[in-house]
Design a protein around this ligand. Structure first.
Ligand code: ADP
Ligand code: MG
Length: 238
């Protein structure tokens, strides 16, 4: 089954074309990484998939259903941002539970899912703290936990580790890889870190000026980059 299918997706802000004719399929359970220079449209593409922006043209299908008119909360997607975007006045537990409360989930379901996610992310001892009382790495784990509890079929990560130092980035990358194995979900992950792209991806999508430059498995792109631009992103000799 296809988790996500984009057909001819275009997005303009006024006269500025930011996404051009994007075609992409993501299989169920697949881990897809988007790479490309700053400003090439990676975040906008995630936002179009999530429904936070409307495509100007083209269709977005999730799990075989065309979702162009479906609001973000009903798309079965959860997004994790670089900036964590936690609510400062809520505890860790409150931040993780909020989306489920808004969905109208029963209290028992909320408690069970928050307990499970905080166990997976080693956050059990921090549930009563507020974001200001956590380290950057812990905050990002809360943001990931808040996504996990929704039990989405598709996770969208927008440079989730770029605010972390190198050691924590590696640790969290390994955690994300094991979460991907443990969860029955597809993931789309934006990064400009070559190591993250090469180690996490089943498939890498190289974007340039709002268009797909090349798609392939990490070693395919590494060994056969279409051009110097792709080679440059994957650290391959060009
Ligand atoms: P990336 O995530 O790859 O760095 P973005 O998707 O954030 O790129 O941005 C792609 C382009 O779209 C940039 O030129 C940016 O200025 C422009 N852009 C993004 N959001 C908006 C918006 N809401 N209004 C106008 N232009 C935007
Ligand atoms: Mg971005």
């Amino acid at each position: 089954m296809t988790a996500l299918k984009l057909s001819n997706v275009c997005k303009s802000f006024g006269k500025t074309e930011v996404l051009r004719n994007i075609d992409l399929e993501v299989d169920e359970g697949e881990f897809v990484v988007f790479v490309g220079p700053s400003g090439c449209g990676k975040s906008t593409l995630l936002r179009v998939i999530a429904g936070l922006e409307d495509a100007t043209e083209g269709s977005v299908e999730i799990g075989g259903e065309m979702v162009n008119q479906v609001p973000p909360a009903k798309r079965g997607i959860a997004m994790v941002f670089q900036s964590y975007a936690l609510y400062p006045h809520l505890t860790v537990e409150g931040n993780m539970a909020l989306g489920l409360k808004q969905e109208g989930q029963p209290r028992a379901v909320i408690e069970e899912r928050v307990a499970k996610a905080s166990h997976m992310l080693s956050l059990e001892d921090y549930l009563k703290r507020r974001p200001s009382e956590l380290s950057g790495g812990q905050r990002q784990r809360v943001a990931i936990g808040r996504a996990i509890v929704r039990e989405p079929k598709l996770f969208l990560f927008d440079e989730p580790l770029s605010n972390l130092d190198a050691a924590l980035r590696m640790k969290t990358r390994i955690e994300i890889a094991s979460l991907h194995k443990a969860l029955d979900a597809s993931m789309i992950y934006v990064t400009h870190d070559q190591t993250e792209a090469m180690t996490l991806a089943d498939k890498i999508v190289v974007l340039r000026d709002g268009a797909v430059e090349q798609i392939g498995a990490p070693m395919e792109l590494y060994n056969n980059p279409a051009n110097r631009f792709v080679a440059g992103f994957l650290g391959a000799p060009s």
